[in-house]
Write a protein that binds this ligand. Structure first.
Ligand SMILES: *Cc1c(COP(=O)(O)O)cnc(C)c1O
Length: 311
């Protein structure tokens, strides 16, 4: 706080060195941004323009289609499977000679599902080497799934893979804006060239460094969210609601046509969740008191006559 009148260190050398050591990659393979949103914006803008295509699963992170359009490129959304998972074979089949970038979100926001190691391997074997595949792992800390793809492992094995991480989710620093890409050197060099000068503030750099020192506390927080996540999911299923196994810090309610109704009812009972009308509702896993408010609301909802809980 005492040195906020000074400009931040422009290259964020200390933070990059710490991240590189921790992830066992070269410092040159890391590019920081003002949130991973800035990094993905730059990756898309750098890779794709007029006449190019960017493939991503849908529904997924809301920013993807918008960022692709801002870059002047064509969004190619590929529907999730009925299990809310990336349909990697369909995404591979959608690759054309205009495809420049593919976004893979794992765990997927908002459905919470992950891509599996084996299926991602088969997928990457069919994707041309000139197409960059970006694995967005904003929620990686909450992923305790077995056999799921580890972005860094793929970054090490494929020359056309980049991975996105952020301090916004598990670390709880969303308001400070710091995220990063782990990508091949020629890509990070370009990202650094187009990055906003001093885009990662001194306070954000410092907070990220301090957070990296608080590993035990992070683990505790993540474990708590994971245990609450299973408690909430089990209670929902016991109540007859349909949800996928989530590996993020949220749960996806498959409310389909009843989404607007359920969302309104939750709102009236003090629960603010993210509704995608006609599809479902993403509910963030809070602390146990918050989750109880939500579960109580869902119980009263199940008993409402106009609502039939059988999907
Ligand atoms: C939150 C989120 C991001 C971006 O987060 P930042 O705060 O910009 O780091 C990126 N991808 C997904 C899937 C997210 O949910």
């Amino acid at each position: 706080m005492d040195s906020l009148h000074l400009y931040p260190e422009i290259a964020a050398t200390e933070l990059i060195a710490r991240l590189a050591a921790r992830l066992a990659v070269n410092p040159e393979e890391i590019a920081l941004g003002s949130g991973s949103a800035e990094v993905v914006t730059q990756l898309i803008a750098a890779a794709a323009g007029e006449g190019d295509e960017v493939i991503f699963a849908w529904r997924s992170f809301e920013a993807y289609p918008r960022l692709v359009q801002i870059a002047g490129a064509t969004p190619v959304p590929i529907a999730l499977t009925s299990e809310g998972r990336h349909d990697l074979p369909a995404m591979a089949a959608a690759v054309t000679d205009r495809t420049k970038l593919i976004l893979v979100c794992s765990p997927n926001n908002p459905t919470g599902t992950c891509v599996m190691k084996d299926e991602l391997d088969s997928f990457l074997q069919t994707v041309p080497r000139e197409v960059l595949v970006v694995i967005d792992e904003a929620y990686v800390h909450f992923n305790n799934g077995e056999g799921t793809a580890d972005g860094l492992d793929f970054f090490r094995r494929y020359e056309n893979v980049a991975v996105l991480h952020t301090f916004s989710k598990a670390y709880g620093l969303a308001g400070l804006r710091v995220g990063y890409a782990i990508a091949p050197e020629q890509i990070t060099a370009n990202l650094r060239r187009v990055a906003l000068p001093f885009g990662v503030t001194a306070l954000a750099q410092k907070a990220a460094l301090v957070s990296l020192d608080a590993e035990a506390e992070l683990r505790e927080r993540v474990d708590y969210v994971i245990s609450e996540r299973s408690r909430v999911a089990d209670a929902l299923r016991d109540g007859g609601w349909s949800t996928f196994d989530s590996f993020g810090n949220f749960i996806w309610l498959r409310t389909g046509e009843r989404t607007a109704f359920v969302h309104q009812q939750l709102w009236e009972r003090g629960v603010l969740a993210r509704a995608f009308i006609g599809e479902g509702i993403r509910v963030t896993v809070g602390n146990s008191e918050m989750n109880d408010v939500f579960l109580t609301a869902m119980r009263t909802l199940s008993s409402l006559r106009e609502y039939d809980t059988t999907e």
